[in-house]
Design a protein around this ligand. Structure first.
Ligand code: PLP
Length: 453
């Protein structure tokens, strides 16, 4: 029998051997990520008896909350029945039934599901499908992808290439010639004196001008998150999605809606593209909440119309895919996740608690260090603001981390992003738990404000 290692020992092993995503390379040897040991409901436990509300819901993904015995059972049953089957040569019951569910949730003629291993590979699949389609149609030059500054689409080469968070890709090579970035759409960053409507006009004009510059015959797709989540929960101005969608349609540019975060109930819908924003994309990418993070899985849902244009008279292969595409255990987890969400009416629950969540978020505006708060559904962001004399607070870039530290002391985890912090708790969160979470946030904002004066 082996001895269970102590918490200190685990930390040491982690520090010495685990390379974490987004390590700061000047300090990675000293990294000390919080060790989490167990979890239940909306709470994480660190193994020393300390309990934390999981503000980020894992990484925007734990919709049904932690500690679901029936999920563990569903995973175990599938692992015993059929743990793996090659998606290249086999079909399985969980994948087939899940695909049917997803196309039922998706709008319009999005009837075809390509399963992936997560969000990045779903985005890669969508972009490669566009390239494949245009090669198939003999439009070899219609390949440029329009993406947006502050957008995040993943960490594979192609998904990172369309990611517009400069800091995340500055030290990497990306496929720069393939991508054109549209400028920041955040209404909070609009010039003084400009109305939100005028901002919307300007942002729509940015898209039109990119098309005018490159030519519609060179542009294959526009990829957009309905809300730019990792960029700081940026909500484009009202009407932006529909207007940009219409321009793409008019110019035969595929519209790819990246719903890796906004899908599966985060905004109170299975998918937000149509139900919230009135658009019917050519492809929707999803992951995260699809399994509530219990197993890795993603999907690229493709319209009939795109599939028809990918269809060939020759036996050309759509040679895109992964050993773990449509993994039976992941698909079984997704089916159980959907069953739980349906049985517990989680979409309605999100719609019911959202007004209170968003009101408590808006209440934070009264604190001097808060420049902007924004959110939708169970998504929220606090952005640090200019100091009173108009100059940036010297340690403004640290506000996210300072808030995170203060919250952690009081039993809440948030996700710091430079001068912002974001949160997206499990969708099961109750009104009492929302109050608990915002009571802590309020104290933390106040406390950090005192430190910065
Ligand atoms: N797309 C969006 C909108 C995301 O937020 C993310 C991850 O945060 C991804 C894609 C990449 O997903 P994954 O980390 O599962 O590869």
């Amino acid at each position: 029998m082996t001895n269970t290692p102590s918490l200190d020992e685990i930390h040491r092993l982690d520090r010495e051997h685990v390379v974490h995503p987004w390590h700061a390379m000047d300090a990675w040897r000293g990294y000390d990520n919080m060790l989490v040991d167990t979890a239940d409901g909306i709470y994480l436990y660190d193994g020393t008896g300390r309990k934390f509300i999981d503000g980020p819901g894992g990484m925007w993904c734990v919709q049904i909350g932690y500690g679901r015995q029936e999920m563990a059972d569903a995973i175990a049953v599938q692992a015993m029945k059929l743990p793996y089957a090659s998606p290249f040569t086999n079909a399985t019951e969980p994948a087939a039934i899940l695909a049917q569910k997803l196309v039922d949730f998706a709008p319009n003629d999005l009837n075809n599901v390509f399963f992936t291993t997560g969000g990045s590979t779903a985005v890669d699949t969508a972009l490669r499908a566009m390239h494949f389609m245009n090669n198939n149609l003999g439009r070899k030059n219609k390949k440029i992808i329009l993406a947006r500054e502050k957008g995040y689409h993943g960490s594979t080469y192609l998904a990172a290439s369309v990611t517009g968070k400069e800091r995340d890709v500055s030290q990497f090579d990306t496929a720069r010639d393939l991508v054109h970035f549209l400028p920041d759409v955040n209404p909070y960053h609009r010039p003084d004196g400009m109305s939100v409507d005028q901002w919307c006009d300007a942002k729509v004009a940015d898209l039109q001008s990119a098309i005018d510059t490159h030519g519609a015959d060179k542009i294959g797709a526009f990829i957009a998150e309905p809300i730019l989540c990792s960029g700081g929960v940026i909500i484009p101005p009202e009407g932006y999605h529909k207007r940009t969608f219409d321009i793409c349609r008019a110019n035969d540019i595929l519209y790819i809606s990246d719903e890796v975060v906004t899908g599966f109930g985060r905004l109170g819908h299975w998918f937000a593209s149509y139900d919230e924003f009135g658009i019917e994309p050519d492809m929707i990418t999803c992951a995260k909440g699809l399994t509530s993070g219990y197993m890795p899985l993603g999907a690229c849902i493709i319209s009939d119309s795109v599939m028809e244009r990918m269809t060939s008279d020759d036996p050309v292969l759509f040679s895109n895919g992964y050993t773990y595409s449509a993994h039976p255990v992941s698909c079984a987890a997704a089916l159980k996740n959907i069953e739980i969400m349906e049985r517990e009416n989680l979409l309605d629950h999100v719609k019911t608690v959202t007004p209170h969540f968003q009101k408590r978020l808006q209440d934070l505006r009264k604190y001097p260090i808060v420049g902007d708060v924004r959110g939708m559904g169970l998504l929220g962001c606090i952005e640090g603001r200019l100091s009173k004399d108009g100059s940036r607070l010297s340690d403004e870039r640290q506000i996210g981390q300072m808030l995170d530290d203060a919250c952690e002391e009081m039993g809440l985890l948030v996700r710091p992003l430079i001068n912002m912090c974001v949160f997206s708790p499990p969708l099961t969160i109750t009104i009492d738990e929302i109050n608990l979470m915002f009571d802590i946030l309020e104290k933390a904002v106040d406390q950090v404000g005192q430190q910065m004066i």
